[in-house]
Ligand binder design. Structure first.
Ligand code: NAD
Ligand code: LMR
Length: 334
């Protein structure tokens, strides 16, 4: 398809644009992979002053791709400019953990970024902006941003667990010898951290219960769950840097499904503001099974949680509550 003549471009803001994920993500967005082959995009790249030059270099490369859908690129270190009229905001930039930094230092440093970006979104973005937080600790950064963005509904803030979801799909497909398209009904619950719970209870493989096709409960408990939980660390160990191409791909999947809808007959995993579903305290940004249509997400209801699943969900939600309490104690929730 070619871009519809006269269609106003969608404004997509990407923070941390000069980073590793940005480098994989931006060409995918500009090529139409995220919003569709008929949807022109205008990119706004936000970086810190020291990296604006590098982001401008990425913008030069995007120009050099001559993407038919790319209507323009702005590079800036000013959040108000970056979020001006933003329809979609991908918050990728965050403060990495440095030498000698404690977890509290990391929460504090990111708190400064996500309070400011929440405010800038509220003041400048489109009324129906869709926000995806990728930068870690993603769930809690999203919680901070939404608490500092008066006027934007909390439902417009999400955090990324799609990479964990895709990792779970890939592991199950490999084990059972089916293409990834044969896998449905996987859920990643909770935090984007090693406590997350990748859940196969309701999953199917070519329409048959995954637990039956796998056959061996020990594979799930002793291999599948820890492999998915620890995959981020395994990539860092192997690559010497955290996942970037797969994280960018997951961000494209997350936004595409949110905007264009999840496929019929299945769901995906997104971290969204809890309404109390499945006993997850209201207000926490937790990963749930989610379907999307008409640009809105909805938590899938009625799934069974056996005692083992309940215990795993309680652990990861407990971690989210502890992170919330820590940032609340720092005054970051307004
Ligand atoms: P990176 O260090 O290569 O790039 C981050 C970029 O963000 C840098 O260019 C930095 O200058 C920029 N930045 C920092 N503060 C900023 C600010 N206030 N405004 C704008 N830009 C800012 O890191 P990366 O590999 O691209 O990863 C980015 C983040 O994504 C990290 O926090 C990483 O842990 C996280 N991540 C999340 C997932 C997930 O599944 N949710 C997966 C992989 C990585
Ligand atoms: C990932 O899941 O690959 C990253 O979030 C890992 C990390 O800790 O940066």
């Amino acid at each position: 398809a070619s871009p519809e003549a006269g269609t106003a471009p969608t404004t997509v803001t990407v923070t941390g644009a000069a980073g590793q994920i940005g480098y994989s993500l931006l060409p995918r967005i500009a090529s139409g992979a995220m919003l569709g082959a008929d949807r022109p995009v205008r990119l706004r790249l936000l970086e810190i002053p020291a990296a604006v030059g590098a982001a401008a270099g990425v913008a030069m490369e995007l120009d050099d791709c001559a993407f038919p859908l790319l209507a323009g690129i702005d590079v800036t270190d000013d959040p108000a400019t970056a979020f001006d009229g933003a329809d979609v905001a991908l918050l990728v930039g965050s403060r990495p953990r440095g030498k000698g930094m404690e977890r509290a230092d990391l929460l504090q440093a990111n708190g400064a970024i996500f309070t400011a970006q929440g405010r800038a979104l509220a003041e400048n973005a489109a009324a129906d902006v869709k926000v995806l937080v990728v930068g870690n600790p993603a769930n809690t950064n999203a919680l901070i941003a939404l608490h500092n963005a008066p006027g934007i509904p909390a439902s417009r803030f999400t955090a990324m667990t799609r990479l964990d979801h895709n990792r779970a799909v890939a592991q199950l497909a490999r084990r059972t010898g089916v293409p990834v398209t044969g896998i449905r009904g996987i859920t990643v619950w909770g935090n984007h951290s090693a406590t997350q719970y990748p859940d196969l209870t309701a999953a199917t493989v070519d329409g048959r219960p995954a637990t039956e096709v796998v056959g061996d409960p020990a594979w799930i408990e002793e291999f599948f769950i820890p492999t998915v939980q620890q995959r981020g660390a395994a990539i860092i160990e192997a690559r010497g840097a955290s996942s970037a191409a797969s994280a960018a791909s997951a961000a494209v999947d997350h936004v595409r499904d949110w905007v264009l809808g999840t496929p019929e007959g299945t769901w995906t995993s997104m971290a969204v503001v809890s309404d109390g579903s499945y006993g997850v305290p209201e207000g926490l940004v937790s990963s749930f099974p989610v379907t999307c249509s008409g640009g809105e997400w909805r938590i899938v209801q009625g799934l069974e949680l056996d005692a083992g699943s309940r215990a795993r969900l309680d652990v990861t939600v407990g971690e989210l509550a502890a992170e919330r309490d820590a940032v609340r104690g720092m005054g970051l929730l307004g």
